[in-house]
Each structure stands twice: as structure tokens, then as C-alpha cells.
Design a protein around this ligand. Structure first.
Ligand code: SIN
Length: 326
């Protein structure tokens, strides 16, 4: 097998972080630049050639539309480059699932696109970043990866962007998938997929390239009042995602306030604040005008709603149909 040519787009995070000590807990993410990182990777003897681009070098809590637009442009041009076999994005783990889902919805499925991070900084004992990177190279070099959407590689497992979520803040086994768990197992030299590709050649679901409309996430808790909800919605807000209790439930006075927001033209999505929330439609959704998020968590519901609003969609029925098929 000849060496794959992979495009590496670096954004920072713990995978490029430094603690200044092998044992300290605190550290600074986004410290190693991509040229130095690829020099470290060179020592692993991987059968791939790399070209690296630094998109940003920041903690992923600071990632948002500006970085997404730049990443999207770079990936789109790598997809058009006949010499490029796959793309790897290095990224902080905190918002990795949001970037992965946005790219999943806005890129055609023609080449492998893999996001990878680390839970420990590069000078820590037991640094997981090189292992995860070597695994990501194995996945991005496999043409069969392309038909599975944007992928996330963490802890010897491969997840679909649609499913992946960060579930722990400690340890290297910090990601899980819902409703599907991992869709493959990987080491630097072996890759096992569970099932055949299901999205080969699929076109991008949404256009992307400009700023996204403002959508707020309202986190629901016992004792929440309508005033607390109202204070978070401004004249700029174009849609609301509710991180509801249980199966997307809200206190009744808050529900009444949400109905008013819906009547003012804001789509309202009911998702769940639970780890593995599946929010189905209930009969009251018809009278309230709400949309059920199904298996998408609040942060992914927000991205899907932003893309729908950017495409001019505000009809609750058609928005529901999009949430049903994701
Ligand atoms: C970040 O998301 O940038 C910090 C945490 C991490 O990468 O694990």
C-alpha cells in the first residue's frame, strides 16, 4: 500500500497543550504549533505523508463560527485536491462534538474527515495525544471511512459525529456515542468497522460559509421561572433550544412563556439535559408548536437549528422532519 497524503488542520486544545511538568493537573491548551507537532509524529514511523496548516491554537471553549468558517474552507479545498486522501483536524475535546457535527452537516462525504484530541497535555505522563493521532491516521487513510460521515477518534475508538459526546472530564476514555456507541475500533496498525459505510458519496446537507443566526440554549432546572427564560432571549435571538428535564420537560409557567416565544416566530426545540436523552414528540407539541429533538443533545440541536434557520427554514413541521432524519 502506498503512503496516504493527509492534510492536518490544527486548532489547538490539550492535544497541543503543555503543563511544564509531567505530573501537574493544570496546563495551557494550544501551545505546540503544527510544524513542531508533525516533527514529533515523524518519530512514530507512520505510513503517511502530512501537510499541516495552523487554523488556530486555542482552547476549544473559544472555538466558534470564525474558526468553523476557516476550517470549512480548508477542508473543502482539501476535498477538491486530487493529491489529498484524507483530512485530520486536531481539536480540543470540550467542543469537539459541536465542530464535528457542524462539519458533518455541511461537507460532502467524499474523503475521510477525522477529528482527534487528547485528554492529557503533551508533556504529561501517559500523554494520549500521539496514540490518538496515530489512530486518526489509520482511520483517515482508509477509503472506507469516507462513507460514514465526519468521524471522531478518541481512546482507540471511532465515533460518528452524529453520535459522539464528551461524557467525562478525567481519564482518556472520555467519549461515548448515543444512540450508537463507537462504530469502529482502531489501533495504529488495525482498524475494524462495525458495519458497512452508509453515506458514501452523499452531498453536503447544508450550505455553510457565513455567520449563523443566534440560537440560545435554555437550561431547565427545578424551580425555573418564566422570567429566567425571558432574560436569556433578546431581539437578536432567532431560535430557542430547551435543555429540558427528563424527556424535554419544562415547568408549566416556562412552557407558557415558550409558547409565547413560538407565537413571536421563534422555533422552540425540546431536547433533554440527561446524558442519553431521547425526546419524542408528544401530543401537546402540536398545540404548543414545539419540535422534539429526538436523540440530539442540546448543543447539537442548536447547530442543526442554526443551519436550518440560515437556510430560511422556520416552519415547525419541516424542522421536525429534519430532526427526525438526523
Ligand atoms: C479544550 O477543549 O481545548 C481543552 C480540553 C481538551 O482539549 O481536552
Amino acid at each position: 500500500m502506498s503512503a496516504s497524503h493527509l492534510k492536518i488542520l490544527a486548532t489547538g486544545g490539550t492535544i497541543a497543550g503543555i503543563a511544564g511538568s509531567a505530573i501537574r493537573h493544570d496546563y495551557r491548551p494550544g501551545q505546540i504549533d503544527i510544524e513542531d507537532y508533525l516533527e514529533k509524529v515523524g518519530g512514530l514511523g507512520l505510513e503517511a505523508e502530512f501537510s499541516g496548516t495552523q487554523i488556530a491554537n486555542i482552547g476549544s471553549e473559544d472555538i466558534g463560527p470564525d474558526v468553523w468558517i476557516r476550517l470549512h474552507e480548508e477542508i473543502a479545498s482539501a476535498l477538491d485536491d486530487a493529491d489529498c486522501h484524507g483530512i485530520i483536524v486536531t481539536h480540543g475535546t470540550d467542543t469537539l462534538e459541536e465542530t464535528a457535527f457542524l462539519l458533518d452537516l455541511t461537507l460532502p462525504m467524499t474523503k475521510p474527515v477525522v477529528l482527534v484530541g487528547a485528554m492529557r497535555p503533551a508533556d504529561a505522563v501517559g500523554y494520549d495525544g500521539l496514540r490518538n493521532f496515530a489512530n486518526a491516521v489509520r482511520v483517515a487513510s482508509d477509503p472506507e471511512a469516507a462513507g460514514r460521515g465526519v468521524l471522531v477518534v478518541m481512546g482507540d475508538r471511532v465515533f460518528a459525529a452524529r453520535d459522539v459526546r464528551k461524557v467525562r472530564t478525567r481519564g482518556t476514555d472520555a467519549f461515548r456515542g448515543f444512540p450508537r456507541d463507537s462504530i469502529g475500533l482502531v489501533t495504529p496498525s488495525a482498524l475494524d468497522w462495525f458495519g458497512a459505510p452508509w453515506r458514501s458519496g452523499e452531498a453536503a446537507c447544508f450550505d455553510f460559509g457565513t455567520a449563523l443566526p443566534e440560537v440560545v440554549i435554555l437550561y431547565v432546572f427545578a424551580g425555573m421561572t418564566p422570567e429566567i427564560a425571558t432574560r436569556q432571549v433578546s431581539g437578536q435571538t432567532r431560535g430557542v433550544v430547551v435543555a429540558g428535564v427528563g424527556e424535554g420537560n419544562v415547568p408549566d409557567p416556562v412552557r407558557q412563556e415558550l409558547v409565547r416565544m413560538r407565537q413571536d416566530g421563534l422555533p422552540v426545540i425540546r431536547s433533554s439535559r440527561t446524558d442519553e436523552g431521547l425526546v419524542d414528540r408528544e401530543p401537546e407539541d402540536d398545540t404548543n408548536g414545539f419540535v422534539a429533538a429526538r436523540t440530539l443533545n442540546p448543543q447539537k440541536s442548536r447547530i442543526l437549528l442554526q443551519l436550518l434557520l440560515a437556510a430560511g427554514e422556520t416552519d415547525a413541521g419541516r424542522i421536525q422532519a429534519e430532526f427526525d432524519r438526523r
